[in-house]
Write a protein that binds this ligand. Structure first.
Ligand SMILES: [Zn+2]
Length: 437
């Protein structure tokens, strides 16, 4: 074998270049080699057999677009919803098949439905006058939120997957669009006619990081008068300063109502959903489907906080009033804490009994269910024979905002503890940051 040792160097450079696809992002150019593509394709996890049996497979005669989504859920619930369908409180459900591919935060890619079939992913949608975009497109779900950064690994997988699909269907970069670009809504309190902005889905998708060139410079359906523009999205996708718009897309959007930030601007088409929760000044909470009959859309007080994708339980009011949040199927660390999920003032109590601060959490999707967390806290302060709860928290030691960790594994608020003289050894106290200094 030794005589062949230098053989590889005889391959001309242009042959290597031929097998590589350029990828430029954030000012740096990368390239994926043919073996990167092979590894990527071989590593796709096949979830096709998990599809809801009630889903009807219909061949898609034509493929004009690739539509990118953010799932607004963690990985396990994303996979379940796209395969099995959505369950609504009304009892109504969908038969699944809501994406062709899912890309997890670690870049792992799942095949949900064979790409030749129609997936129901775009809903009420229009592009270049054509409606029902699901009938002519591939749908890719990125696990994440439209207001949260996507990961490098997701962009890497998205770049390769989209490139492969573009070759298969002979699509140029303008055929790759986000759900927020193609969705439209019927008239509502803010728009008298059909309009853009029903979805904010994947508005944070950075095309350059996925190896894609720019989108069309204008919205064809707005230009032709078929739809009214959504001011926010119009600026984001087709504004004068695309770079500034990209920064705006990934910057956290304020979730508080103000003169320039309506419920619509924050929640889009989910403004009146029962999973959108409005926390009014003074902590009164209302669901999106209760606003119309109680306050009215144009009378929501300034500073009302809008929480998207909330899990609504019977104990809803309690859930919003206790500072101890729980990670569930639907509620991730991002849904509870937003960008603060990785602050040191966010404290995680894992089911295993371990305690972490936010900076030690790799990603919001990496936490097990039943993990509890508190946001905006300082501690731990240790209770000892010499240091009492009163010594730590003063008058507030039995307040609902004061949080106790009682070994092994109990997290309680001050108001729920009856006997402070008998706290277990190793009890810790956490205090809200607002109360300190
Ligand atoms: Zn979407």
């Amino acid at each position: 074998m030794k005589k062949n040792a230098g053989y590889v160097w005889l391959i001309p450079v242009w042959v290597l270049v031929f097998f590589m696809t350029g990828y430029c992002g954030m000012g740096i150019c990368f390239a994926y080699s043919r073996s990167d593509y092979q590894q990527f394709q071989n590593a796709i996890i096949d979830h096709r057999n998990r599809l809801n049996k009630k889903f009807k497979k219909i061949r898609r005669p034509e493929t004009r677009y690739v539509i990118v989504h953010t799932s607004e859920l963690g990985l396990s619930s994303t996979l379940r919803v796209v395969s099995k369908g959505k369950q609504f409180k009304s009892g109504h459900s969908t038969p699944g098949g809501h994406a062709h591919y899912v890309i997890a935060r670690n870049g792992r890619t799942y095949r949900i439905l064979d790409k030749q079939y129609r997936a129901d992913h775009a809903g009420l949608s229009m592009w270049q006058g054509k409606q029902d975009i699901s009938a002519v497109s591939i749908g890719i779900e990125l696990v994440g939120y439209h207001s949260a950064p996507l990961t490098d690994q997701q962009y890497r997988s998205a770049a390769m997957l989209i490139d492969i699909l573009q070759r298969v269907y002979n699509l140029d970069d303008t055929a790759v669009l986000t759900h927020s670009q193609i969705a439209f809504g019927r008239p509502n309190p803010w728009f008298p006619k059909d309009h853009r902005g029903r979805k904010r889905c994947a508005k944070n998708f950075d095309r350059a990081r996925a190896g894609l060139g720019p989108t069309l410079g204008f919205d064809p359906d707005v230009r032709n008068g078929r739809l009214l523009p959504d001011p926010y999205l119009a600026d984001l996708f087709y504004g004068e300063q695309p770079v500034a718009a990209q920064v705006a897309a990934t910057a956290p959007v304020s979730n508080r109502i103000s003169k320039n930030n309506s419920a619509w601007a924050i929640a889009g088409g989910d403004y009146d959903s029962r999973t959108t929760v409005y926390v009014l000044p003074g902590d009164r909470t209302l669901r999106g489907d209760q606003i119309n009959e109680t306050i009215g859309w144009h009378l929501l007080p300034v500073n009302t906080k809008v929480l998207l994708d909330q899990e609504i339980e019977k104990k809803q009011v309690q859930v919003f009033q206790t500072p101890v949040k729980v990670i569930t199927d639907r509620m991730t660390a991002w849904s509870h804490a937003g960008p603060a999920y990785r602050f040191d003032s966010t404290i995680y109590f894992l089911p295993s009994g371990r305690i972490f601060t936010g900076s030690r959490i790799p990603d919001w999707d990496d936490l097990p269910k039943k993990t509890r967390l508190i946001v905006g806290y300082q501690g731990p302060f240790h209770i000892t024979d010499a240091v009492t709860p009163y010594g730590i928290a003063g008058q507030k030691y039995k307040d609902p905002g004061t949080v106790y960790y009682l070994p092994p594994g109990h997290v309680r608020t001050g108001d729920s503890i009856t006997d402070f003289s008998n706290l277990p050894k190793g009890t810790q106290v956490y205090l809200p940051l607002d109360d300190i200094g």
